[in-house]
Ligand binder design. Structure first.
Ligand code: XLS
Ligand code: NI
Ligand code: NI
Length: 438
């Protein structure tokens, strides 16, 4: 069998002297960084959908621009097999430890729920064999509960109970298949869990049914003994006008409201953060602060476009800050760095898929090294802790512990004639310090 990536060898680390664009200059998988190898810290994953399912279509170019041979295969099973061959060939040549998929990426949907279930389970045997042969592991699986027209008004938040039940049944299969394949996480991205217009929407009801669905998933996870992490991937909109899982802080509030804050964590995507009006590192730092940091969908948006362009990361300062906050929180446990990114639709050659991923892996590796320096140096962290040092005093500690009343604080201020002296936030100094690491 000839490879779709004929002529491209396994990508290797060649270091800074190399100008080979099909080699890593920074990603040296065995290099030790903050106590682990780079491979173990970064836990790279390639996603199935952007590289092997998308054909380069956009709203003005329905037919797509790519001519991937497997897209022309009409038979569902044959197409799935051909696609899996290419996918695992790519993962192996790129030398990534993980991959991610939606159920409908790995094999198309059947005519009935029963047929779909059968197809997915058959395909899971193929994937299990490929994982065994290549050593590539599953970072996470997810159910596509947004593409089919039945999901136009949502899955877990659909006004029609039948759709809710359908989604629940679909998620059950994908969760079990993920478990069977040794998946380390299970992701829920609710692309249509939101609304288009409030005038046909019952917000409260949709929140209740979505909360119920999450509880059902968590119950089932424990029932089948799945040890991975359930992750919600926040995004503020697109395709919904307004999505309920807006950002990390909103998701935390929702989890808390449904008693799930110890059960579910977040999968944070760079481009979703910026769509929500935040930086990537804001979302990561927020998740670390609330103890719900799970995994990352690594990509970037476009500074001028307000949509999810899913471009490969290429800004080292931005990515370095993302890893700095991730590593400050202890790094990944079950999560990883999944490239939820795609080449541009004019990048039609097989080799372009390598350029996209290889460059992105190097950006991440270099950023991780910068984060390591920042952490070992400790100057930034010290500046922050110094800024809050007055909270170490007894009265402040008692206040946090709930032992002090408003009247006590008032007495303290009045008795002592407290007159706080403002201190500089040192933003420019710290920005300059940051640039020294880059
Ligand atoms: C879309 C999301 C999606 C999820 C998986 O914007 O990023 O690709 O990661 O369903
Ligand atoms: Ni994503
Ligand atoms: Ni996205």
């Amino acid at each position: 069998m000839t490879s779709y990536f004929e002529g491209i060898d396994k990508i290797k680390y060649e270091g800074l002297k190399s100008d080979n664009q099909l080699a890593f200059r920074w990603y040296d998988k065995n290099k030790q960084v903050l106590g682990k190898s780079m491979a173990e810290q970064l836990r790279f994953a390639v996603c199935y959908w952007h590289s092997f399912c998308w054909n380069g279509f956009d709203p003005f170019g329905y037919d797509g621009t790519f001519t991937r041979p497997w897209h022309k295969i009409a038979d569902v099973k044959e197409q799935a097999l051909a696609k899996a061959d290419v996918a695992f060939d790519f993962f192996t040549k790129l030398d990534v430890p993980f991959y991610c998929f939606h159920d409908r990426d790995v094999i198309g949907e059947g005519k009935t729920p029963q047929e779909s279930k059968k197809l997915l389970w058959e395909m899971s045997d193929v994937l299990a064999k490929k994982q065994q042969d290549t050593g590539v592991k599953l970072l996470w699986g997810t159910a596509n509960a947004f593409s089919n027209r039945r999901y136009m008004s949502g899955a877990g938040t659909n006004p029609d109970f039948e759709v809710f039940a359908f989604a629940a049944a679909q998620i059950r299969e994908v969760l079990e298949v993920t478990h069977k394949l040794g998946g380390e996480n299970y992701v829920l991205w609710g692309g249509r869990e939101g609304y288009e217009t409030l005038i046909n929407t019952d917000l409260k009801k949709e929140g209740q049914s979505f909360g119920r669905l999450l509880n059902l998933i968590v119950e089932h996870k424990h029932k089948i003994g799945f040890k991975g992490t359930i992750l919600i991937e926040p995004k503020p909109r697109e395709p919904s006008k307004h999505q309920y899982d807006f950002d990390v802080q909103t998701v935390y509030g929702f989890l808390k409201a449904h008693g799930l804050e110890k059960e579910i964590k977040v999968n944070i995507e760079g481009n979703h953060a910026t769509l929500a009006g935040h930086t990537f590192e804001h979302e990561i730092a927020m998740a670390v602060a609330y103890d719900i940091m799970g995994s990352i969908d690594m990509n970037r948006g476009d500074y001028q476009c307000g949509w999810d362009t899913d471009q490969f990361p290429n800004s080292i300062p931005d990515t370095a800050l993302a890893y700095y906050y991730l590593m400050q929180g202890g790094g990944y446990t079950t999560g990883g760095t999944n490239f939820d990114a795609k080449v541009r639709r004019q990048s039609i050659d097989p080799v372009d898929m390598f350029y996209g991923h290889v460059g992105a892996m190097d950006v991440c590796a270099r950023s991780l090294l910068i984060a390591e320096q920042m952490i070992n140096d400790g100057k930034l962290a010290k500046a922050v802790s110094d800024r809050y040092s007055s909270w170490n005093g007894q009265l402040a500690q008692d206040t946090l512990a709930g032992k002090v009343s408003l009247a006590d604080l008032s007495k303290y201020v009045l008795d002592k004639n407290v007159d706080p002296a403002p201190t500089s936030g040192r933003q420019e100094y710290l920005e300059n310090l940051l640039n020294q690491y880059i």
